[in-house]
Design a protein around this ligand. Structure first.
Ligand SMILES: [Zn+2]
Ligand SMILES: [Zn+2]
Length: 484
């Protein structure tokens, strides 16, 4: 443990992570960043709290033991995330194969029934007629299979490929982060007592631990609101004032809003202008992202509850496949091929093709559940109980935490950002809050009635524009809060 550091490790520690051939010289306390001369020149020319590294070393001792424990903990987290993601890929492929098999089985069933029918009604007709009739009906069935079923299977294949793509890129991030963590852990364990190097190592460790926590959906970074704008999402065909009950942001910054009062889904461009809409001829309630250009919308078509998939294609909304649910539905969320749907009483888990996997939660007594959300890694589920509680559940449905705050009033909407930040909105008094990822305590009040919030009914974070979008009841406008 006390062996002197090799020159190689020393060079690694002293190198700027952005400009690899430059040596670190300065620490910016404002950005808590280690800088080389290029960094200083490019990004920190206006920073006031800049200290040369050599002057920092006598400030405080570095807790190397604590750091190496922290490194080991996040490494464990990254490893199990990777294992879960690999399992998700497997289960996605299984779902797709199963769906294909069911379709083929249905086709064969259809063919058999039809051939039987032809044979039964063939009494008195010639063999030639029978043969012709059978050929026609088989052709007809195959044609329908080709036009509807094969199209649906192809759509699902695209979904699976796209979701697999994003899981794979996340797995790669895990691998490279794990390597970096391992390297730093080895260094921390061997570093000895060179104060300057200890300090640099500890700052680098903290940075990489923060990156790992973000990937694990446990960043804990608190949003600060920088400003607010409003955008009108009313379209000429809307007969009444909008109820925006669901919002979803695509990775490219386009936004989809669900207007449950005008029965449509609207597509907004990066400037929040409505560029397209889709009438769903039913009551749409909630929406979630499935793939980079596909969403799923919960619709209630006079007591027929459906999940309708919609693709965004060159600024247009195109309806895709759908499946029915055997229960009322209030909220929907998606993670790596698992769909989570709430009824008024329960939280269910489905596969992408609508196969029910299990019931994860059931509200007892006269308690109810409405919206749901899932953490970026899938290890935590959040639901709103109509007794104004935010409940946090483990992957298997075990209750982990319950949070309630009188300042929130009626809890109406819920969202989890890609870094795991939990946003909740209360209706009356109208408030947007950030809650810790553990679901136990408030981190910040982001907006209230004074900021123009009035019956918020949906909330979503856009990474592209660094803003929190709020949809409201009986309001043409959506609110966009720029955050840092
Ligand atoms: Zn640099
Ligand atoms: Zn700075």
């Amino acid at each position: 443990m006390k062996w002197p550091l090799s020159k190689k490790i020393e060079n690694y520690l002293l190198a700027c992570t952005i400009h690899n051939d430059e040596q670190l010289t300065t620490y910016c306390a404002g950005h808590s960043q280690l800088c080389c001369s290029k960094c200083v020149e490019l990004n920190h020319s206006k920073c006031s709290k800049m200290t040369p590294i050599s002057e920092l070393t006598n400030s405080q001792p570095t807790d190397l033991q604590g750091l190496s424990e922290e490194l080991e903990t996040v490494m464990g987290g990254i490893k199990s995330l990777q294992i879960n993601q690999e399992a998700s890929v497997q289960s996605l492929q299984r779902t797709y194969k199963e769906h294909g098999a069911v379709m083929i089985e249905q086709l064969l069933g259809n063919l058999n029934t039809n051939i039987d029918k032809c044979c039964n009604s063939s009494v008195g007709t010639s063999n030639k007629n029978l043969k012709e009739e059978m050929c026609w009906s088989v052709l007809l069935i195959l044609n329908i299979f080709d036009n509807i079923t094969v199209k649906e299977l192809n759509k699902m294949k695209d979904e699976v490929i796209s979701i697999k793509g994003s899981i794979t890129s996340s797995i790669h991030k895990c691998t490279s982060l794990h390597n970096d963590l391992l390297q730093l852990l080895e260094i921390v364990q061997k570093i000895g007592d060179n104060k300057e190097l200890c300090l640099i190592a500890s700052i680098k460790c903290k940075h990489i631990i923060q990156q790992a926590l973000t990937l694990l959906g446990k960043s804990g970074k608190v949003f600060k609101v920088q400003g607010k704008s409003e955008y009108n999402v009313r379209i000429p065909s809307d007969s009444v004032t909008c109820d925006i009950t669901g919002i979803c942001v695509l990775p490219d910054g386009q936004v989809l809003v669900v207007d449950s009062r005008n029965d449509n889904v609207k597509l907004l461009n990066q400037q929040y202008q409505v560029v397209s809409h889709l009438d769903v001829n039913a009551w749409p309630f909630d929406i979630c992202l499935i793939a980079p250009s596909e969403v799923a919308v919960l619709v209630d078509a006079s007591n027929i509850y459906e999940v309708q998939f919609i693709t965004v294609n060159q600024g247009k909304l195109v309806p895709g496949r759908k499946f029915q649910l055997q229960h009322e539905c209030r909220g929907i969320a998606h993670q790596n091929g698992d769909l989570f749907v709430t009824s008024r009483k329960e939280l269910y888990k489905y596969t992408l093709n609508g196969k029910l996997i299990c019931r994860l939660y059931e509200a007892l007594g006269n308690s109810n559940v409405s919206r749901c959300a899932v953490s970026p890694t899938g290890d935590r589920l959040y639901i709103i109980s109509w007794h104004n509680k935010l409940l946090t559940l483990a992957r298997d449905g075990t209750l982990l935490a319950a949070y309630t705050d009188p300042a929130l009033g009626n809890l109406d909407s819920l969202h989890v950002t890609p870094a795991g930040q939990v946003l909740v909105c209360g209706g009356w008094p109208s408030t947007v809050q950030q809650v810790g990822w553990e679901g136990e305590s408030k981190l910040a009040t982001l907006a209230t009635q004074e900021d123009g919030v009035r019956w918020p009914w949906s909330v979503c974070y856009s990474s592209t524009t660094s803003s929190i979008i709020v949809g409201q009841l009986r309001d043409h406008n959506i609110l966009v809060f720029r955050v840092e």
